[in-house]
Design a protein around this ligand. Structure first.
Ligand code: KG4
Ligand code: ZN
Length: 332
């Protein structure tokens, strides 16, 4: 089954064609990072305007790259939640229009579950497993009991892990989005034990990152007021200590989830799953056969994961003769 996926929930405009949820024929991603950089974050109005400009050329290129036409496509899928409302509306209205014009079934997809299903791409992974989803807006532990059957075991009570990465990266004077830059800087640390941040004490499978963010800010204030040179010389060591604290937090919470569910298969998803410190702690802690990550290009936002999710949740499809009246939601 060939599914065309469309993703416009935040600052990536993307279209992909995926066969049977696992084989990517094409995946085109236009990242708007350069367009938002000077504001230090995503500006929703700019995001919506760029999605309008880019979406049709990207869908055309996606079909061309896969050497397919709409006649070959079995269904269209689109992210309808969560995300920026204006941005979601562009993708959803384009998808509804294409589904109507070409008389194709349409499958609305929860972006967060898309991140989970990214793990099925180029892999033979099967449920049940535990998934740690860490992105710019969400941090959750999900029990994937079967295809389409997921239970959220815990989530952040304040900031998402990606948000904490981006804010601490800003303290370190790194460009937006800071996560990947902080990751690179941490790899150059020359004294990995110089600083240590404590793991939050939030119980069970829930997370909290706002205390860690504040601790990083206080450390910066303390060091710079005493000796600004010390701050400059230790930026990489501080980046390392922050990243290490997030990785240890993930590790602790995954162990809680293992205990709670009795499952030992662990899967990471979302932009922060691209982090080298998180990946290496997990690789060192769990047997390779119990651990899965999406490849780096499917960790951050992309339409291939939306088309993959749609294949495994195709019972949610709206058939060509049915009313296309589903909505977009900023939250889930
Ligand atoms: O999943 P994603 O692309 O978009 C959302 O759905 O939010 O995640 C984006 C987040 C950003 O906060 C970005 O800084 C973070 O993922 N990120 C990373 C890395 N690559 C992306 N954080 C830490 N290390 C990385 N290598
Ligand atoms: Zn995402």
């Amino acid at each position: 089954m060939l599914i065309l996926g469309i993703e416009t929930s935040c600052d990536e405009t993307s279209a992909a064609i995926v066969e049977d949820g696992r084989d990517v024929l094409s995946n085109i991603v236009y990242s708007q990072i350069e367009d938002h950089k000077e504001w230090g974050g995503v500006i929703p109005e700019i995001a919506s305007r760029l999605h309008i400009e880019k979406i049709f050329p990207i869908i055309d290129k996606c079909l061309q790259d896969a050497n397919k036409t709409f006649a070959d496509i079995d269904a269209i899928s689109v992210t309808n939640k969560p995300g920026l409302i204006g941005a979601l509306l562009i993708g959803v209205n384009v998808a509804k229009t294409l589904a109507w014009v070409h008389k194709k079934p349409l499958i609305p997809v929860n972006h967060l579950f898309g991140h989970v299903y990214a793990n099925f791409i180029d892999s033979d992974l099967k449920p049940p497993f535990i998934c740690l989803l860490a992105s710019g807006g969400h941090t959750q532990i999900i029990e994937v009991k079967a295809y389409g059957d997921m239970e959220i075991l815990g989530e952040t009570i304040d900031d998402a892990a990606g948000e904490a990465f981006d804010k601490v990266a800003r303290l370190l004077n790194l460009p937006y989005p800071g996560g990947p830059h902080l990751d690179k800087l941490a790899q150059t640390a020359n004294d990995k034990s110089k600083y240590k941040f404590p793991i939050s004490k939030v119980p069970a499978c829930d997370f909290s990152f706002s205390g860690l963010k504040t601790a990083a800010l206080r450390l910066k204030e303390k060091i710079t007021s005493a000796d600004p040179k010390e701050w400059e010389e230790n930026r990489a060591n501080i980046a390392y200590a922050f990243q290490d604290c997030v990785a240890r937090t993930f590790h602790k919470k995954i162990n809680e989830a293992i205990e709670r569910t009795g499952l030992n298969k662990i899967v990471l998803a979302g932009g922060v799953a691209a982090n080298s410190g998180v990946r290496s702690l997990f690789k060192d802690s769990f047997p390779a056969e119990d651990l899965a990550f999406p490849s780096l290009k499917y960790c951050t936002d992309n339409a291939a994961m939306i088309a993959a999710a749609a294949f495994f949740e195709k019972e949610n499809q709206i058939k060509p003769n049915e009313k296309l009246d589903f909505e977009v939601y900023s939250r889930v």
